[in-house]
Ligand binder design. Structure first.
Ligand SMILES: Cc1cc2nc3c(=O)[nH]c(=O)nc-3n(C[C@H](O)[C@H](O)[C@H](O)COP(=O)(O)OP(=O)(O)OC[C@H]3O[C@@H](n4cnc5c(N)ncnc54)[C@H](O)[C@@H]3O)c2cc1C
Length: 322
């Protein structure tokens, strides 16, 4: 049996979890294993897993699991694994997925492979995985009685199963101590409303070339017209021009929108790995040799303080039928 940890935030599934389910289902089909899921916390949406061929959902409930707690999730998952004995445990390689699975590995003493892209499940399992924020691919082998791994976000396209299932929901109560719950979400501050950086279909991102916090007003306007959000590079967050929650890249958010517009961003590898999965990349930059310009699908070589307002004006005139 393969057990997939469903990563979610108070009942809202991380979209990329379905990518992990797709990879796990491929392995389960190859090996003739069943595909089951672990859901930790009260608010559950088991029906959304049916389309992915999950035959059972283990609903892990405990008073201390009303919100995210990495050690407690890891401990609870380890106890579930002990109880039901899966051959493999898989999660998506999101911040949350990697964190919980690292706890699971530490608690069970089993090796954990992070950010797998391809898995050949012949003993030992051959795995190609992403390292260094996506700039390096490593071929590795996983030789362990229980296979624990995460799937790199956006490395696998999420596809539903050929025939949907109607999963049984089975309750499981873990035994958690106070120390398991020492790290826990206790407060939340809403940074943005509506679409988020991680899910927006369009991201208009600004770098050092934007020049100042005020320079982002034009990018905000462009993003608004395109139904998108604003992102930025690390230079921008380091300068305090935008909050860290807007940062795209290795140490920020990994995005894969339909359109990514990079304004005044050079395309350093640490930024590139955070947006290279975008379907169409457009660069606006004064430097025709900038890495972002040479790698982009389309580029405008010019000063963004002129180019962005021109695009805004054109979009408005098309919208208004002028
Ligand atoms: C461990 C580590 C992790 C990191 N993580 C991240 C990360 O998550 N995200 C990230 O972004 N970076 C990250 N970085 C930093 C990264 O290496 C780069 O320093 C950063 O991405 C550069 O930001 P930038 O492109 O805005 O600035 P620059 O590299 O300075 O580029 C500015 C660009 O703007 C152009 N420009 C200037 N003026 C204009 C204008 N008027 N109009 C148009 N174009 C103009 C220039 O030609 C240039 O290409 C990380 C670095 C390290 C070491």
């Amino acid at each position: 049996m393969i057990l997939v940890l469903v990563t979610h935030d108070r009942g809202v599934i991380e979209e990329t979890t379905f990518q992990a389910l797709t990879l796990a289902r491929g392995i389960a089909d190859d090996l003739g294993w069943s595909l089951e899921a672990a859901w930790i916390g009260d608010e559950i949406a088991a029906e959304s897993l049916a389309a992915h061929g999950v035959t059972a959902v283990h609903h892990v409930r405990h008073d201390g699991l009303d919100d995210y707690s990495p050690t407690a999730w890891g401990r609870a998952l380890a106890q579930l694994v002990d109880a039901i004995g899966p051959e493999a445990v898989i999660a998506i390689g999101s911040d949350r997925g990697n964190e919980v699975m690292a706890h699971l590995g530490a608690i069970t003493g089993a090796p954990m492979v992070a950010n797998a892209r391809e898995v050949t499940p012949e003993e030992p399992w051959a795995i190609v995985r992403t390292r260094w924020g996506g700039s390096l691919l490593e071929s590795t082998e996983l030789d362990a009685p229980i296979k624990i791994l995460t799937v790199a976000e956006h490395a696998v396209e999420s596809t539903p199963a050929q025939s949907p299932s109607s999963p049984d929901v089975v309750e499981f109560t873990p035994d958690l101590s106070e120390s398991d719950l020492m790290t826990k979400v206790v407060d939340r501050v809403v940074a943005t409303e509506g679409i988020t950086l991680a899910t927006a279909p369009v991201v208009v991102s600004g770098g050092r070339g934007v020049g100042s916090p005020d320079g982002f007003a034009a990018l905000e306007e462009l993003a608004g017209l395109l139904g998108g959000v604003v992102g930025c590079s690390r230079v921008v967050t380091n300068n305090g021009w935008r909050p860290h929650s807007d940062q795209v890249g290795q140490t920020g958010t990994v995005v894969a929108p339909d359109v990514y517009i990079a304004c005044g961003i050079s395309g350093a590898i640490q930024h590139w790995v955070g947006m290279m999965a975008s379907k169409t990349i457009i660069a606006i930059n004064t430097d025709a040799e900038a890495s972002m310009v040479t790698k982009a699908d389309y580029a405008v070589v010019g000063d963004l303080s002129e180019v962005v307002p021109d695009i805004v004006e054109e979009l408005k005139s098309r919208r208004d039928g002028r």
